[in-house]
Design a protein. Structure first.
Length: 219
């Protein structure tokens, strides 16, 4: 293996990972081969078109994705890279872990150009523990949060608990991890309540499968 090949492949892995935060489709198309096949932790198979559709329409606010523990093995014009993806969301100076995945990627060098042709990854669960909070804290979170024009997620209290409910869907109880971070176990997701400079709750960040969605509080 040449050091140039290894350095290039490590950079390409980082370039590829960054697009799931930035939404940079040009970089995605440069790195990912047209005949790409990916298999996720739920055994869902995706081609390039289906995987590309997962890119955010705009940069994800506060999203952080890191490649760690990368190992590069070169076999002529084929390379196999293994590693770990760590997803976090940054709120102020605090970084909150979202998920960790292990991956195996296969790269081919065609006409002097490396592109990824296959990925298989599996999720390493993060153990989250619910804490007991004073239910008065929830009062500031109650309201409606706009996910898309005309579509809002409702957040409300019942007794000592906080719930969310989308139109036409059953209610879901939030599990508090801290005063601003709540989680769901199935499907795994994080919900963060963000305050503005006046100290008022202004939006909710929803983190699922590495994607960060900002929902503005409208009521």
């Amino acid at each position: 293996m040449t050091s140039d090949d290894e350095q290039e492949l490590r950079k390409l892995e980082n370039d590829w990972l960054s697009v799931y935060i930035s939404g940079d489709k040009a970089t995605y198309d440069r790195v990912v081969a047209d005949d790409f096949t990916g298999i996720d932790e739920s055994a869902v198979k995706r081609g390039k078109e289906q995987d590309r559709a997962l890119l955010p329409a705009a940069p994800s606010p506060g999203g952080v994705l890191l490649n760690e523990d990368m190992q590069v093995r070169l076999y002529g014009v084929t390379a196999v890279i293994t590693g770990r993806i760590v997803a976090k969301v940054k709120v102020g100076d605090q970084e909150i872990p979202s998920f960790v995945s292990r991956f195996t990627d296969t790269w081919l060098k065609r006409q002097g150009r490396w592109q990824v042709v296959a990925r298989h990854y599996s999720r390493a669960p993060i153990e989250r523990k619910a804490v007991k909070l004073d239910a008065k804290i929830y009062d500031a979170y109650v309201g409606e949060y706009e996910l898309a024009p005309g579509f809002a997620l409702g957040v409300f209290k019942e007794g000592e608990s906080l719930f969310s409910q989308a139109p036409g869907q059953p209610k879901t109880e939030f599990n508090p991890e801290s005063e601003i971070v709540f989680f769901l176990k199935d499907p795994p997701a994080l919900y963060l309540f963000i305050r503005n400079e006046k100290g008022q709750v202004a939006q909710m960040l929803i983190i699922q499968d590495g994607r960060v969605i900002a929902a503005k509080k409208i009521k």
